[in-house]
Ligand binder design. Structure first.
Ligand SMILES: NC(=O)c1ccc[n+]([C@@H]2O[C@H](COP(=O)([O-])OP(=O)(O)OC[C@H]3O[C@@H](n4cnc5c(N)ncnc54)[C@H](OP(=O)(O)O)[C@@H]3O)[C@@H](O)[C@H]2O)c1
Length: 311
């Protein structure tokens, strides 16, 4: 069996369980493609899985990282939408192996053509985070022009896309961040930036149409009161107290991001028309996946962290 370099885990735990090693080159099924991986996005999901938060879903050893940008290498016999040589990007099936590897397998229907104006590193920074922002704001909150959205965690992986997408839609954006990130939030287009370390947001914000909660915990608990009656709070980290939603007359929605090639095609055209910009804070080689995950784990990233797998 032919081998490739990959970063795998054989057990759950800290960064040390990530091993750069040889693994079998995978074969695509009928409706799948094998992708020659050029870059893999790094998300909080990756270290959460590494630490065991989805035990039972995966079999070990497991290749982490479900954001991919690369070139189709081999297509299954039933694939008609993309072909070998196409540059694609997308969100892989989160129940299977990921893209911290020279090759990965993707369901062809989940892959979209890479934005033409983005290199592979910037394309790999898009799928999980931008789909999470898109599906939260547009599919769950139905955000419309003229509404106000309050984004808790406006400068991270999901937040920096959510700000840009909400502005593109014509909404007013209030966002929380802190310290060094304040200027970055303004550059992204946040109309009113709140430093969550210096001010209590509930003293400054009220009656918003939508809260996008990317933080959870106490932040979510304190957020119900700032949404107007009939408004929506969407969280990417789950709704911890549905009774609070009912008490405030607010719809609480928990996002579970899913692969969607059509969303990614629309996102690619926004990127190509200059309306949406993936921001990459740090790029690491595949062998340095531990460092990349620890950077994301710090929770202090402006935008995204990406592994560059091939030159
Ligand atoms: N359910 C799903 O389908 C789904 C999909 C995607 C992501 N997620 C989850 O959504 C969460 C956010 O993901 P992400 O990629 O955006 O994370 P991230 O990139 O790690 O977020 C980091 C950002 O959060 C900000 N932040 C930290 N604490 C804050 C607070 N108390 N108030 C406001 N901002 C704060 C930081 O700003 P400072 O530097 O100023 O602290 C930093 O800019 C993660 O838990 C992730 O696993 C879930």
């Amino acid at each position: 069996m032919e081998k490739m370099k990959a970063v795998r885990i054989h057990s759950y735990g800290g960064p040390d369980v990530l091993v750069y090693e040889d693994a079998p080159i995978p074969e695509p099924g009928t409706e799948e493609v094998r992708i020659s991986v050029h870059a893999a996005g790094v998300n909080p999901l990756d270290w959460k899985v590494r630490e065991g938060s989805m035990k039972g879903i995966h079999t070990l050893p497991l290749i982490l990282g479900w954001d991919v940008a690369g070139v189709v290498d081999t297509a299954g016999s039933g694939v008609t939408t993309i072909k070998p040589g196409d540059a694609v990007y997308g969100l892989l099936n989160m129940a299977g192996n990921g893209a911290y590897a020279k090759y990965t397998i993707a369901e062809a229907k989940s892959m979209a053509f890479k934005p033409k104006t983005a290199d592979f590193v910037h394309a790999a920074a898009v799928p999980v985070s931008c789909l999470a922002a898109w599906q939260s704001l547009f599919d769950l909150a139905h955000l419309m022009a003229g509404q106000t959205v309050f984004i808790q965690g406006a400068t991270g992986g999901v937040g920096h896309y959510a700000v840009q997408l909400a502005k593109w839609k014509g909404a007013r954006v209030i966002g929380t961040t802190s310290g060094d990130s304040i200027d970055f939030a303004r550059e992204l287009g946040v109309d009113e930036v709140i430093d969550y370390q210096k001010a209590r947001f509930e003293d400054k914000v009220c009656n918003v149409d939508v809260v996008l909660d990317l933080i959870g915990g106490e932040t979510q608990k304190r957020s119900w009161q700032v949404v107007k009656k009939g408004g929506v709070l969407v969280s990417t980290v789950g709704i911890s107290s549905p009774e609070e939603a009912a008490k405030h007359g607010v719809h609480g929605e928990a996002l579970r991001v899913h692969p969607d090639a059509q969303d990614l095609t629309e996102i690619a055209s926004l990127i190509d028309s200059g309306k949406l910009k993936p921001i990459v804070a740090d790029v690491f080689p595949l062998e340095e996946a531990r460092k990349a995950q620890e950077t994301v784990r710090s929770g202090k990233v402006h935008g995204k962290v990406v592994l560059k797998v091939r030159d």
